[in-house]
Design a protein around this ligand. Structure first.
Ligand code: XUL
Ligand code: CO
Length: 456
């Protein structure tokens, strides 16, 4: 570790602009219309509630490649040249330039995004350390902060059959070296958390897989990572990021509920929370709100990869979230629990056809504003009790009498049977009560309208 002098980006790559709030009616495509970082809502600023992070891999390493054209479409100016370390340095310069111009406080990275893999573990470690020292200098020079770090345990061919869950111990060894170095990097950069997304921690076919053993290996690996991090003084949260498939057909971290059970099974629940991603929840057949609320109910809603999928296709399209009502529905549980230990990482990429550098601005500006608007709508919904008041009414029967006893576990089937028969004898009939879903959908829209109206 070398402490370099604080450094500012050279401002070489992106247009000469500082994206700022310019009023709700602004027509400036390079201004925020809703995000006011210092605006206070329920005791915290917008910037604090959202703790937004630009994602290094999509925004600076994404090439626009897809399975039908795995060739660099974008040819980003910072990505040119034959010396991988020089390219890494230029990429970091571009990254801190964009963080600064967007006025977004945090960033997220994989080890291999910021530093090229070497021929040996020693060389890879050296490359990473050099780039972390540089990132540290940029952070001090710009005031930008690291939300979380992680290790890429899925791109290198050695991880084809998994990293921690690989049948070959030698591969697990490589994964352990990588995670050890990535945790060190995250500690040095002051990251609020450390993420495990188990890209290839799963299987293709059970006929060649010992699923029990692989899950146990994953539990042991995460335990060692936790113990290493804590032994080095890491105070942040560890996060598991659920995803049901892609690249593996069956992934062990399927969804929020699966991960919560996994954490309990392996005794990791004190140190781990979940980092939930919209497009992963939808691939699991859920809504983002479902996984967010599942985690929040368990006290494990830690961080969010705030993107969206394409409802017309079944893969992980990682698009920027632009719907304020969708944002409000996941920010409401965040506000109700007093915030996130992590934040909102834009794990999203511009489309293959969005080839201009300005498209990166438009993508982030739209999503930042959607989150800001979402926050205002969530605040409105909470203050008005738009959804919570009908809920009280809907579950009122569990507050008294037999309902209370069932909720508290102080009754049994025999007593319940007697109670039901007494009701029948007394002539009480069951009435089917409406769930009023359509009314509440209208109320959500009205909340959106009210927020816009009140903003004048
Ligand atoms: C992949 C994904 C990852 C994680 C970090 O779908 O979301 O980029 O967020 O490894
Ligand atoms: Co993600």
């Amino acid at each position: 570790m070398v402490k370099l002098a604080a450094r500012e980006p050279t401002n070489t790559y992106f247009r000469d602009v500082m994206v700022k709030f310019d009023g709700h009616d602004s027509k400036d495509p390079f201004a925020y219309k809703w995000y006011q970082p210092n605006k206070k809502i329920q005791g915290k600023t917008m910037a604090e509630w959202l703790s937004m992070a630009v994602c290094y891999w999509h925004t600076f390493k994404g090439s626009g490649a897809d399975p039908f054209g795995p060739i660099d479409v974008y040819n980003r100016p910072w990505g040119q040249g034959d010396d991988p370390m020089k390219v890494a340095e230029n990429t970091m310069d571009a990254a801190f330039e964009l963080f600064t111009k967007l006025g977004v406080d945090y960033w997220c990275f994989h080890d291999r995004d910021i530093a090229p893999e070497g021929d040996t573990v020693k060389q890879s470690k050296f490359n990473l350390q050099k780039m972390v020292d540089l990132a540290d200098a940029y952070q001090r020079g710009t005031g930008k902060k690291n939300l979380w770090g992680t290790a890429n345990l899925f791109s290198h061919p050695r991880y084809t059959h998994g990293a921690a869950t690989n049948p070959d111990t030698a591969v697990i060894g490589y994964a352990a070296c990588q995670v050890k170095a990535a945790i060190d990097a995250t500690i040095q950069l002051g990251g609020r958390g450390y993420v495990f997304w188990g890209g290839r921690e799963g299987y293709e076919a059970l006929i060649n897989t010992d699923m029990k053993k692989e899950r146990e290996q994953l539990g042991a690996f995460l335990t060692m990572a936790r113990d290493y991090g804590r032994s080095q003084g890491f105070k942040g949260k560890f996060y598991i990021e659920p995803k049901p498939r892609e690249p593996s057909s069956h992934q062990y971290d399927y969804d929020a509920a699966t991960c919560l059970a996994f954490l309990k099974e392996f005794g990791l629940e004190d140190d781990f929370e979940l980092n939930l991603e919209n497009n992963h929840a939808t691939l699991a057949g859920h809504t983002f709100q479902h996984d967010v609320v599942t985690a929040a109910n368990a006290g494990k809603l830690g961080s969010m990869d705030i993107n969206r999928g394409d409802p017309t296709c079944g893969w992980d399209t990682d698009q920027f979230l632009t719907d304020p009502i969708e944002a409000a529905l996941v920010l409401m549980p965040v506000m109700q629990q007093g915030g996130l230990s992590g934040g909102c990482n834009f794990d999203a990429k511009v489309r293959r056809g969005s080839t201009d550098l300005d498209d990166i601005f438009h993508a982030h500006i739209g999503s930042v504003d959607a989150l800001a608007k979402g926050l205002l709508i969530a605040d409105y919904l909470i203050r008005e009790g738009t959804l919570s008041k009908p809920l009280v009414d809907r579950y009122a029967s569990s507050q008294t009498g037999m309902g209370k006893k069932i909720a508290e576990g102080t009754t049994n089937f025999k007593d319940i049977e007697k109670w039901v028969m007494r009701r029948e004898n007394g002539g009480k009939v069951l009435t089917l009560r409406s769930g009023r879903q359509e009314l509440l959908e209208n109320k959500l829209r009205e909340a959106y309208d009210a927020v816009i109206r009140n903003a004048g």
